[in-house]
Design a binder for this molecule. Structure first.
Ligand code: ADP
Ligand code: GLC
Length: 502
């Protein structure tokens, strides 16, 4: 059955990307479209949009439309383009008052209104195109209000009468909490009874909370995270509400778009490799070390110096406070190198900057965002570090597996669902190159959120690296894993189909 799906998100790669949300929105749109579904994706026309070579067309009848949100009147137009590498239609909401800013996200006082405009504009565009979606799929706090709009503001329109709403939680750490003084803008005419009265009494409106309350189906991006967020440690205050909606909450692990992330054809790499040609990976490592001005281990011995890769937003979620102690302690004691790419909170940036200054040939840190370097790090590194405090899914560990860069992760969320802990059959932790054929698992996994647990696991990895056959077999088991979207997208289609039968 071909479905009509309206997909509304704050990020879609490569047009607008701050993190994994962009990769997932793009892949879902692309694979749904390839599966024959009529999927239409809505995205803000940010000033920072990667518009090179992007053919954009203004949609007649959808120019300079007014939108009244409480005390504010916005004007927007709709442009259309095709998702690069796919052809799926993307509708860009052009509203300079909202999106003509230096970055995708801002700390401006109207941040929530920017995304209210996006979500309303998606409904209004559907009306003008006479597109009757069966599924309206919203993502994170930015567009979570869509479930309320479907039940209230646009419920009068027969066009939406068969539509069901899906809310995907990519990260419960960002909830879109606004002051109750914004009530007229958030509701835009909808009754306040749709909002949580306790929250309102406390002077707040939670946009994600509202979406969780009203969505027909709630998904999150891994089965483990779906369980975790129903408890106090990970629920961030929404655990009680999520437990009441447990029957409508499903965890679907994200997939990987192997068209973009596969060392067999990665277009950022000058040479390609697979599990049978790991010599190319070693050559790429040498090239990257040279390019970054790092020490190149002597010919013939590069295997003894592992390269640890980091590509991450540098925020508390990602757990890098655990390395503040471990890396400075282990660097003098073990032969290894680190290449880190990331930007975020200053404490983390300063830590990596200082470490690179202390060990200029062994540690490289690039503060900022670079797709190209991100791909190179996956290809060149031997070990990939993700010590997350919490991780709804995480994509880089799955990319790393395919690139033969062994992930070292904390057992949480999607990391727990995608990396199988290494089990060494015999002779592990010794200098002897043991019988790797009987080993199992794809990475290093630690449980307790502590610097000690991370350091012990990192030491274990550094020691195992000295057993080349065993290490190679470990990397090869990871490379054979398949997290392709082609399969995961089917899970969404099944969920959509079940929902519209209700
Ligand atoms: P999150 O969405 O929480 O940041 P994910 O692991 O789901 O974490 O996705 C992160 C995505 O963003 C990956 O595609 C990763 O390569 C990319 N990324 C993160 N930081 C950077 C950076 N500084 N430069 C380039 N890509 C980055
Ligand atoms: C969020 C999460 C990350 C997840 C991504 C895509 O940003 O932090 O774990 O992979 O969304 O779903």
């Amino acid at each position: 059955m071909s479905l009509r799906i309206c997909f509304v998100a704050a990020e879609i790669a490569p047009l607008a990307k701050a993190g994994g949300l962009a990769d997932v929105s793009a892949a879902l749109t692309k694979y749904l479209y390839a599966g024959g579904h009529d999927v239409r994706a809505f995205l803000p026309c940010y000033a920072t949009l990667k518009r090179q070579d992007l053919p954009m067309r203004a949609l007649p009848g959808l120019q300079d439309l007014p939108l009244v949100l409480g005390r504010y009147t916005y004007r927007f137009s709709v442009l259309t383009t095709a998702l690069p590498g796919s052809g799926a239609p993307v509708y860009l909401i052009d509203c300079p008052a909202c999106f003509d800013r230096p970055s995708i996200y801002t700390a401006d006082p109207d941040e929530h209104r920017r995304f209210l405009v996006l979500t309303h504009a998606a409904f209004i565009a559907c009306q003008h195109m006479v597109f009757a979606p069966q599924i309206m799929h919203f993502h994170d706090w930015h567009t979570a209000i869509g479930s309320l709009l479907l039940r209230s503001n646009y419920a009068w329109d027969r066009l939406f009468q068969g539509a069901r709403s899906v809310l995907t939680i990519h990260n419960i750490g960002y909830q879109g909490i606004v002051g109750a003084s914004e009530l007229p803008e958030v509701l835009a005419g909808a009754p306040a009874t749709l909002l949580d009265p306790g929250e309102l009494a406390a002077g707040r409106i939670g946009l994600l909370r509202t979406g969780i309350t009203l969505a027909d189906l709630i998904t999150t991006v891994s089965p483990t995270y779906a369980r975790e967020i129903q408890g106090p440690e990970y629920g961030m205050g929404l655990e009680g509400l999520l437990r009441t909606r447990a029957g409508a909450l499903v965890g679907v692990l994200n997939g990987v778009d192997y068209d973009e992330w596969d060392p067999r054809h990665d277009h950022y790499l000058p040479q390609h490799y697979d599990a049978q040609s790991l010599g190319v990976k070693r050559a790429l490592k040498t090239q990257l070390l040279r390019r970054l001005g790092m020490a190149v281990p002597e010919q013939g011995t590069p295997r003894s110096t592992p390269l640890i890769g980091v590509v991450s937003r540098l925020v508390a979620q990602k757990g890098f406070d655990l390395v503040f102690d471990a890396l400075p302690r282990l660097l003098p004691a073990y032969e290894f190198q680190v290449v880190a790419l990331g930007t975020g909170e200053s404490g983390y940036e300063e830590f990596f900057t200082a470490l690179a200054r202390s060990y200029p040939t062994r540690v490289y840190y690039q503060r900022g965002y670079s797709d190209e370097l991100a791909h190179w790090i996956e290809a060149a590194s031997d070990l990939f570090l993700m010590p997350s405090r919490y991780e709804p899914c995480g994509l880089n560990q799955m990319y790393s597996l395919r690139y033969g860069s062994v992930p070292l992760v904390r057992r949480t969320g999607g990391l727990a669902d995608s990396v199988q802990p290494l089990r060494v059959a015999s002779g592990g932790g010794t200098a002897a190159d043991g019988d790797s054929a009987a080993d199992s698992g794809t990475g290093f996994v630690f449980e307790e959120y502590s610097a000690r647990a991370l350091a012990v696991t990192l030491q274990r990895a550094l020691q195992l690296y000295q057993e080349p056959r065993r290490w190679q077999a470990l990397a090869q088991r990871g490379m054979a894993q398949d997290f392709s979207w082609a399969r995961q997208v089917q899970r969404y289609v099944e969920l959509y189909e079940r929902l519209i039968m209700l």
